[in-house]
Ligand binder design. Structure first.
Ligand SMILES: *Cc1c(COP(=O)(O)O)cnc(C)c1O
Length: 401
């Protein structure tokens, strides 16, 4: 059975071209780019080329690109740097729907002497610029707001938030791990100070990522040691993966147009047909301000995990908006922040496409999912036919804390 992979917001396949580009550095060209001899030293040129390719994808200067080990490291570096260069400022502004790479770090910082404001979102998962404006204070060190949400694909107005922060002299960072390579961006035309993205979300290998740091931004390194990355990130470079990331960035730049036409059309067909064929279903997320590759749908009275297991048996990889925390299945923090009604929040499924997705992949989901939902509803203790309407409005029994 062929795997239908529609979980590209979790991770992506390595592009064949990116794999080809990295292999020589795992075989014969294993030198250290910091070495004095040509065998190693020549590798520095390949690193520089990758830096140029990564910069080109986001309209940055190569000197503004720092290679890190993962999106999480990029996010941590940016936020901790902002706190270190602003020792007098103890306040952080972020949102309730950030990836754990930002949110859990901010909560940890909140337990260690910092004040954290987590901004709410509306029912479409959208953030109000005016809310950000109201939240910033004289002692705000950094505002960190994601560009695109990994669960819903909702796009935040980060360029306008960056503008507002710049006017007030506050550093702005965006976790753009889901946005880079999917929507066009040009750092020469905005005021974002720092931006994170990760290789394995755009068809490069896992374990390599980028932190963009705008020229002139005050910066303190996270990893301290050798002089690599101009002293901004110590540690011998992950050469092979960085070369692959560079190539993947080049491919993403070439594929941006297709992402926004062909992939978007596939996603739109998948979404529209599922909503048409399955009753009591809803879209989670903003209908327009959204990534071209992501759809997050909820099916009332069924458990997301059950849907995933059945899809898995049909060879389809997807993901749900629930997380098993403290032994009970909780709707994700993103769906909770959006106020998705509980009978819907438990039955959410995220389908995320890539440029390798096909019409056949969409057809496979359209054939498999409607009967799965029908079967699960037939045995659901919460289904409409089994539950009087008053009980459906009662508080969620699983939602105790
Ligand atoms: C995947 C992801 C991350 C984490 O990136 P890693 O490279 O896996 O550490 C951070 N933010 C968002 C929005 C993501 O989707």
């Amino acid at each position: 059975m062929k795997t239908v992979y529609l979980d590209n917001n979790a991770t992506t396949s390595v592009a064949p071209e990116a794999l080809d580009a990295m292999l020589p550095f795992l075989r014969q060209r294993y030198g250290n780019p910091s070495s004095m001899h040509a065998f190693g030293g020549l590798v520095a040129r390949d690193l520089q080329r990758a830096r140029e390719q990564a910069a080109a994808l986001i309209g940055a200067d190569p000197s503004e690109i720092l290679f890190t080990s993962c999106g999480t490291e990029s996010d941590s570096t940016a936020i901790r740097s902002a706190l270190e260069v602003n020792p007098g400022r103890r306040h952080i502004v972020t949102t309730r729907v950030e990836h754990p790479a930002v949110l859990t770090l901010c909560q940890w910082l909140g337990d260690h002497g910092y004040k954290v404001t987590e901004l709410p979102v509306d029912g479409n998962g959208m953030l109000d610029l005016a809310e950000v404006e109201r939240a910033v204070k004289a002692d705000t060190a950094i505002v960190s707001v994601m560009w695109a949400n990994n669960e819903t694909g909702v796009l935040f107005p980060v360029e306008r938030i960056a503008e507002m922060c710049r006017e007030r002299g506050i550093l702005f960072h965006t976790d753009a791990v889901q946005a880079v390579g999917k929507i066009p961006m040009d750092m020469r035309r905005n005021r974002i100070d720092m931006l994170s993205f990760s290789g394995h979300k755009l068809h490069a290998p896992k374990g390599v990522a980028v932190l963009y740091v705008r020229r002139g931004t005050r910066f303190a390194p996270f990893l301290i040691g050798g002089h690599q990355e101009h002293g901004r990130r110590a540690g011998t470079e992950n050469v092979a993966s960085i070369v692959a990331l560079g190539r993947a960035c080049e491919l993403a730049a070439q594929g941006l147009e297709a992402e926004n036409t062909r992939v978007r059309a596939l996603r739109d067909r998948l979404e529209a047909e599922l909503l048409r064929r399955i009753p009591d279903a809803r879209l989670n997320g903003h209908p327009r301000a959204r990534l071209p590759n992501t759809t997050n749908l909820s099916f009332e009275f069924v458990e997301g995990e059950a849907i995933l297991l059945h899809l898995d048996q049909a060879g389809i990889c997807a993901s749900s908006g629930s997380a098993c925390t403290s032994g009970s299945l909780e709707p994700s923090h993103v769906l909770r922040a959006m106020g998705v009604p509980f009978t819907f929040a438990h039955g959410s499924v995220r389908l995320s496409l890539s440029r390798y997705s096909t019409d056949a992949d969409v057809d496979a989901v359209l054939a498999a999912l409607p009967p799965i939902i029908e079967r699960l509803r037939a045995i659901s203790p919460f289904s409409r036919t089994r539950m009087p309407s008053a009980a459906r409005l009662a508080p969620d029994p699983a939602h105790k804390h």
